[in-house]
Design a protein around this ligand. Structure first.
Ligand SMILES: [Fe+2]
Length: 445
């Protein structure tokens, strides 16, 4: 990194750490960067204040039930319609559903982190699709991506195919969006809604992490049922930006992901020119350390659905297109209980990643920046070392606070891209972690 880049990152970090936010999940926000820019009492006045253009951005169909309806009104220097034609450009290592490059694999799979990126890689160039499911033209399914970057983006990106849940593992990010600026560090997640233009700037020497691209219904908070009115991810901990705009005349490259392909156009202005906005279809961040972990205070290990941060529901109640689940620091106090995650076969498919530290079901081999895939019905659970240790452990209260792992759990199997199936960083002997699980069965006669 040269001196100018280091200086720019220092400035970006100062900006990121000084941000103010709006708080709440799914509520109606309103923000204006210039007093008087937001119309009062109507969305589309004959002439919007300050000579701005009024524009609606829909996140759901106009007619979806009010409880799920997402849309925002943007007041901008130029309408989004003011752009030249897009031309198809290369997709890099980004792939999109339907995934047909390989056959769905029933094996348990695990990867080391992506190799270090070459200098000059920005967030978009560094996106690397592991796999996914569904069909983007049907707005079903999801994709698992990883990213690594050495450079901030100069260009602007938007994804018409789905919302992007960004999970940083290394390096802080400053996200400049149409709605304003957001700051995400490792341990936070950031969500960019479908179609929202944004740019990723790096706050550290490099950046690395995971992305869930959700083609389906926007993520929402899970119902709490008997848990009550509070708990898990609390709504007020979700942070939305305040309005901030770029008044830039001059060429700006805008890349649009549409039905699996990247399309590029050079605008004569920045599209991050929204001076005021209101609505509930907004980007946001969430600090995973604020997750209120609920668990057993008697015996047994609750199903990991208890750790759901966000869920994208499907047409079947309780059956998510994709859930985002976090394994956050927590106390284990169960009596006469095997405390690490149990052995299981799941009808859902699980991609797991590690943000920091270690995971309590795997003694080694599952490292920050790496990931594992356990497709539907694949048998998995603790490795032998963990089984032996946990079976013999003294069951005093135990704090699990040496790691932060997460899961993208989806109703459909994840089919790999060709480059994920052939990757040098795919571990060849993952099955070995379950080798040597001895028989202990001693029938009584
Ligand atoms: Fe599992």
């Amino acid at each position: 990194m040269n001196g100018d880049a280091a200086l720019a990152r220092g400035d970006a970090r100062k900006t990121a750490e000084g941000l103010t936010h709006l708080c709440g999940f799914g509520n109606e926000h309103a923000s204006e960067a210039v007093p008087g820019a937001l119309p009062v009492g109507r969305n589309a006045p004959q002439r919007a204040p300050l000579g701005l253009y009024a524009e609606q951005l829909s996140g759901t169909a106009f007619t979806e039930p009010r409880a799920h309806n997402r849309r925002s009104w943007l007041y901008r220097i130029r309408p989004s319609a003011a752009h030249p034609a897009f031309t198809h450009t290369h997709n890099g290592r980004i792939r999109t559903a339907p995934f047909t490059e390989s056959v769905p694999d029933p094996n348990r799979l695990r990867w080391n982190p992506l190799p270090e990126p070459v200098e000059g890689t920005d967030f978009l160039a560094g996106l690397w699709t592991l796999g996914g499911n569904g069909d983007v033209t049907q707005r079903t399914g999801m994709a698992v991506h990883l990213y690594h970057a050495t450079d901030s983006m100069d260009r602007v990106f938007s994804d018409a195919d789905g919302e992007l849940l960004i999970v940083p593992e290394r390096g802080g990010l400053l996200l400049r969006t149409e709605f304003g600026l957001l700051h995400a560090e490792p341990g936070h997640v950031a969500l960019i809604p479908r179609g929202v233009r944004f740019r990723v700037e790096l706050l550290d020497e490099s950046a690395r992490g995971y992305v869930c691209e959700n083609y389906g219904a926007p993520f929402q908070l899970p119902d709490l049922g008997p848990i009550g009115a509070n708990g898990l991810a609390n709504p007020r901990d979700f942070l939305a930006p305040v309005a901030a705009y770029e008044d830039v005349e001059g060429p700006v490259e805008v890349v649009n992901k549409f039905c699996g392909n990247l399309w590029t156009a050079t605008y004569d202005h920045s599209p991050l020119d929204v001076v005021a906005w209101h609505g509930n279809h907004v980007p946001y961040t969430y600090d995973l350390r604020r997750f209120n972990v609920i668990g057993s205070i008697s015996y047994d290990h609750p199903d990991p659905s208890i750790f759901t941060v966000l869920t994208s529901p499907s047409d079947t109640p309780g059956l998510a297109g994709v859930d985002f689940v976090v394994f956050a620091p927590r106390w284990l106090v169960g009596e006469d209980t095997f405390r690490p995650p149990y052995f299981h076969r799941n009808v859902m498919s699980e991609y797991m990643g590690l943000i920091e530290g270690a995971y309590d079901a795997k003694a080694e081999g599952f490292v920050p920046g790496g990931g594992s895939l356990h497709n539907m019905m694949s048998a998995h659970g603790p490795d032998r070392e963990t089984f032996d240790r946990a079976s013999a452990a003294e069951l005093k209260p135990q704090k699990v606070d040496d790691g932060l792992a997460f899961m993208f759990e989806t109703r459909w199997p994840v089919t790999l891209t060709a480059h994920a199936a052939r990757a040098d960083h795919l571990q060849p002997h993952y099955d070995d972690v379950w080798r040597g699980l001895e028989r202990h069965f001693r029938p009584l006669h």
